[in-house]
Design a protein around this ligand. Structure first.
Ligand SMILES: Cc1ncc(COP(=O)(O)O)c(C=O)c1O
Length: 398
């Protein structure tokens, strides 16, 4: 179904009614592709440098290159194009923590359609600021989470006669996201599997609908633990030289975690859905990923309080190629003997093997040394969702 019904009677989102599920067909996605062509970027399918390491022919659908940094532009552009003139006059309202809001603000601005965004207090301040810029300051901060923000947006929609646009459970949004599926099959006709991040489910619903129509044997998958997502972000920066946000990195993380051995030798596409990373969160992810991989090691060691003890400790480290990043001596609140100093150290290593070498060396030379435990690398779980049968979006999400 390819219309844009006003969806805000009595604060209820009609597009999200389990008793009245809406069906998105391939033809609707094709129509969306015609609507957004030349406006939303047809993103490249990039060949990965990491594929060889994991034994597959690996590609990335580079949605992070979109103007406001994510695939959400496709749905936003399509939904706005489907509004009636009356609806365009009163404008649109949405609730989102970031990417959908950015995309709606940007395309509404392009079309001169009033757009209001309700964001919960927990949304990223950078995304809030960007939405303010794009919407002419029509950002309302309301509620602790997205559910509270959404209810407020539905109430405002009713009051101001605006159209409420759900970020994932709206037919025109799903149609727009589905255009990624059409492009992937055009760019790589013999694709075997597509890895798609899932939030509300609109992206996977759209892609699955398109791909299952064009190439029914293609498999669609996901879910992986957060440790691996952070490692995915780090390795994409190091090996591919671009930044993807956590949601997009889940796809490569699934491969890195070894969760999809059946994809070996196959043509696989990871949908890198967005690149809007708050620098603070990005640096935290990088540090954590390095700690998980044993490339940052934290320990306490007790050194004798005599001349040359620190120099000797530094030589031990440099002899095995380890860099000391932080070194904090502590003489007062410690239990060691009076002529000893406890130091807290953060060291940089090349990885798990060198971290092990460092641990053995320090324990051999010093009586008291306590290492912060390295993460268990096997802490991963997965759930296989494929082969995906282009499920009804409402049922799929709830
Ligand atoms: C970067 C990114 N990837 C993936 C998703 C998941 O999309 P969906 O909510 O349609 O499942 C989102 C949600 O907006 C997103 O911002």
């Amino acid at each position: 179904m390819a219309d844009s019904n006003i969806s805000n009677e009595h604060g209820v989102d009609e597009h999200c009614d389990p008793n009245n599920p809406r069906i998105v067909k391939y033809e609707d996605i094709l129509a969306a592709a015609r609507r957004i062509v030349g406006i939303v970027m047809r993103t490249p399918l990039l060949k990965s440098h990491m594929g060889e390491k994991y034994g597959m022919d690996l590609y990335y659908k580079a949605e992070f290159l979109q103007r406001v940094g994510s695939f959400n532009e496709r749905g936003a552009c399509n939904v706005l194009a489907c509004l009636t003139d009356e609806q365009k006059k009163f404008g649109v309202i949405t609730a989102s923590t970031g990417n959908h809001a950015l995309a709606m603000c940007y395309h509404a601005m392009r079309n001169n359609i009033p757009c209001c965004v309700v964001m919960p207090a927990s949304a990223s301040p950078i995304k809030m600021e960007k939405c303010r810029e794009l919407s002419g300051n029509k950002v309302v901060i309301h509620g602790e989470d997205i559910a509270e923000a959404k209810q407020h947006a539905l109430d405002l929609a009713l009051e101001k006669k605006m159209v409420y646009i759900n970020g994932y459970d709206h037919v025109n949004i799903i149609e727009g996201q589905g255009t990624i599926g059409i492009e992937i099959v055009e760019q790589l006709p013999d694709v075997d599997a597509i890895l798609v991040p899932v939030g509300g489910g609109g992206l996977i619903a759209g892609i699955a609908t398109a791909v299952k129509h064009l190439k029914p044997d293609t498999e669609i998958y996901i879910i992986v633990k957060e440790d691996w997502v952070m490692r995915g972000i780090l390795h994409v920066i190091e090996e591919e030289k671009f930044v993807v946000e956590g949601a997009g990195a889940t796809t490569i993380a699934t491969i890195m975690a070894g969760l999809l051995p059946n994809l070996k030798g196959k043509k696989v596409v990871c949908v890198f859905s967005g690149g809007n990373m708050d620098p603070k969160v990005l640096s935290r992810c990088i540090e954590r990923a390095m700690a998980i991989e044993g490339r940052l090691v934290k320990f306490r060691v007790t050194l004798e309080d005599k001349e040359g003890a620190f120099t000797e400790f530094c030589s031990l480290m440099s002899n095995i190629g380890v860099t000391i990043r932080d070194f904090v001596p502590q003489r007062t609140w410690v239990t060691s003997e009076i002529f000893y100093t406890e130091v807290k150290v953060i060291a940089e290593t090349s990885g798990l093997n060198q971290a092990k070498e460092l641990t053995d060396l320090v324990k051999k030379h010093y009586k008291e040394a306590y290492f912060h435990q390295l993460s268990e690398h096997a802490r991963v779980t997965t759930e296989r969702r494929g082969p995906c049968l282009a499920p009804n979006p409402v049922c799929m999400m709830k």
